[in-house]
Design a protein around this ligand. Structure first.
Ligand SMILES: [Zn+2]
Ligand SMILES: [Zn+2]
Length: 418
């Protein structure tokens, strides 16, 4: 055979292999792109909605924090009210309905609760109706709302109507006006979770709520007090600031669970009220006759919420979709609760995440091609072996008049022939 022709054959063969490979690669790319698209659609449609079943959670324990905790102010003495001054329902971004929130709060040893949904008092009013109907004289709800924007979160409590948050970035004058409005309605203004609000967020390196007024500026604007414990965080700096104020003008100190999802309780604002009513409790708070219990570890009994049945059904898709969603990172920043965000949107594409995925897919494609090639060869060999075997059997029958016998009960060829 001439040399040139042999080379051309190899060249043709290589071209064919390459074409096959590129064709498969193209199909694989289309497949992966479609898969990623479907996965991202699943991620945005299902991931959150199918996870936990809060409606089935039962809050049927009864915690007694008084049995092992003593008030922060050692001389405080006895008390009859255990208050949670900050919690959310499904009327804003909480997961519990007003009724469920009241039951959860009761289980955690509270007998008074301020329901403070973002921008609305409706959740508080609904919770108040439920408590009055189901636990009269046993549990009291004080409606309020959490005034939320990009500068500050503050609880407007003891009001029965929703006040309008005018802007996502209100001016000092706007803040002064809303504080005055609450006071005119007989309510109180409590500044919430300063450590959370002023926490510097990455990747922007600015506070979660940029341009938060200082504690002193807030006092000058007329706020009544501060949330000193939010969830499990004790705000020592604000506590010290309050202690530095002259005795008679000391701001109010309250504690709030800021419950959005049920978990456990860490702090209870305590007081001695003449009776278990909204008015009597607000009166004690106004006169600064409160203290609090604090257990940074939370109660022994913690709310356990199971996953929804539908979660298991769609888990292969939702969990896999999370991997595809990790190809990029998108952070809009802190939500203002006014339709905007407090930081500029940040989008980051995880190049190495995508790179390694593509690399492994390419390896799989090459591996598949190799396996297929090997299989083609083995298949030919096996076909040859099978043919030889048939040939041997045929000759055996021709020579000895019977087929090959390998029955296990005989050590030798059968003695008799039929
Ligand atoms: Zn808040
Ligand atoms: Zn809150």
């Amino acid at each position: 055979m001439p040399k040139g022709r042999w080379d051309t054959q190899i060249y043709r063969k290589l071209c064919e292999e390459l074409k096959w490979f590129l064709w498969r690669g193209l199909w694989l790319t289309v497949f992966i792109a479609a898969l990623a698209g479907v996965m991202l659609a699943i991620y945005y449609q299902l991931s959150d909605k199918t996870t936990y079943d809060y409606a089935r959670a039962r809050f049927d324990w009864k915690a007694e924090p008084s049995s092992y905790l003593t008030p922060f102010d050692e001389e405080f003495g006895n008390y009859n009210v255990l208050l949670d001054a900050h919690a959310h329902t499904t009327y804003s971004d909480g997961v519990l309905t007003p009724a469920e929130l009241v039951d959860y709060s009761k289980a955690n040893g509270y007998n008074a609760l301020m329901v403070t949904d973002h921008q609305t008092v409706e959740g508080g009013l609904a919770a108040e109706r439920y408590a009055k109907e189901h636990y009269p004289g046993e549990f009291v709800v004080i409606p309020g709302m959490e005034y939320s924007c990009c500068r500050i979160h503050m609880n407007l409590i003891g009001i029965n109507e929703t006040l309008l948050v005018v802007s996502d970035k209100p001016t000092d004058e706007d803040l002064r006006r809303i504080i005055q409005q609450v006071h005119d309605l007989g309510g109180l203004v409590i500044v919430n979770h300063i450590p959370w609000s002023t926490y510097v967020m990455t990747p922007w390196n600015v506070a979660r709520l940029p341009d938060h007024p200082t504690r002193q500026a807030l006092l000058d604007m007329g706020v009544d007090g501060f949330e000193i414990v939010n969830g499990d965080t004790f705000d020592l700096r604000t506590y010290q600031f309050i202690q530095s104020q002259p005795g008679r003008q000391r701001p109010i100190i309250l504690t709030g669970s800021d419950t959005h999802t049920p978990d456990t309780a860490f702090a209870w604002t305590v007081m001695r009220a003449v009776n278990l009513t909204k008015e009597a409790i607000l009166d004690e708070i106004r006169n600064r006759r409160t203290s609090f219990l604090l257990d940074p570890a939370g109660l022994d009994h913690k709310a356990v919420v199971g996953r929804k049945e539908s979660y298991y059904r769609v888990a292969p898709f939702t969990e896999l979709s999370k991997y595809f969603a990790s190809f990029y990172y998108q952070d809009k920043g802190m939500y203002s609760f006014k339709g905007t965000f407090c930081q500029p949107e940040y989008v980051y594409v995880h190049k190495s995440m995508i790179g390694f995925f593509v690399l492994y897919m390419a390896c799989m494609l090459v591996g598949f091609a190799i396996l297929q090639m090997l299989w083609r060869r083995v298949r030919t060999k096996m076909a040859m072996m099978w043919l030889r075997w048939q040939w041997l059997r045929w000759w055996h029958r021709r020579l000895f008049g019977r087929g090959l016998d390998f029955s296990p009960n005989t050590g030798m060829l059968p003695a008799t022939t039929p």
